[in-house]
Design a protein around this ligand. Structure first.
Ligand code: GAR
Length: 211
């Protein structure tokens, strides 16, 4: 296969352990995704996601946030991204809010995975375990995950894929998180696969999946 037809160039941004990243790496290695993960970028030096990248021969880049404003950070991030010429950027457990500097440069080419059914339990302050705690405290009977394109508002852009799980009697934030996470891996791979096959059409807030 020549460099021309290798498919999409995916850059993943991750702050943590990177199980969603791993799901993408595995899917790409299986050939389920018509694309290649060319770099993983993190704002946390110790993010296990960086180790996962290295183990699979993927460039692992740490950009230290200390002493930088969000804008300063994102200008460096943008420069780093440009080096990799991504056709798709995936936020997989990335714990920073992107500024318009990055969002505008890659409109409808940045996806985020969120561990709840948006627009519920999303926005500033809703991340990781806090989301699942809030779902349980509200008394929801279902939860799930959402993959969406990133726009200027937090957890707000057009929805690509959602998957549901039941909330069970006796659930803790941890048990619910685990059930949701299994669906996240499926949802994220599905969204990236559709994108790489050129099957997503964004019409305003609506993402149409074309055949
Ligand atoms: C995932 O549950 C993801 O949805 C969540 O962080 C976790 C990362 O797990 N993201 C957010 O809460 C963003 N608002 P991972 O590092 O194992 O992929």
């Amino acid at each position: 296969m020549s460099a021309m037809d290798e498919g999409h160039r995916i850059v993943v941004l991750a702050s943590g352990r990177g199980t969603n990243l791993q799901a993408l790496i595995d899917a790409a290695e299986r050939g389920d995704i018509k694309g290649r993960i060319v770099a993983v970028i993190s704002d946390r030096k110790k993010a296990f996601a960086l180790e996962r990248a290295k183990k699979h021969g993927i460039d692992a880049v740490y950009i230290p946030p200390k002493g930088k404003t969000r804008e300063e950070y994102d200008r460096i991030l943008l420069k780093t991204l440009e080096r990799y010429r991504p056709t798709l950027i995936v936020l997989a457990g990335y714990m920073r809010i992107l500024t318009p500097i990055v969002v505008r440069a890659y409109r409808n080419r940045i996806m985020n995975i969120h561990p709840a059914l948006l627009p519920s339990f999303g926005g500033k302050g809703y991340y990781g375990e806090r989301v699942h705690r809030a779902v349980l405290e509200y008394g929801c009977k279902v939860s799930g995950c959402t993959v969406h394109f990133v726009d200027e508002e937090v957890d707000h852009g057009p929805i690509i894929v959602q998957r549901c799980v039941p909330v069970l009697e006796g659930d803790t934030p941890e048990t619910l998180a685990e059930r949701v996470l299994a669906e996240e891996h499926r949802a994220l791979v599905e969204a990236v696969r559709l994108f790489c096959e050129g099957r997503l059409r964004v019409e305003g807030r609506i993402v149409r999946i074309v055949r």
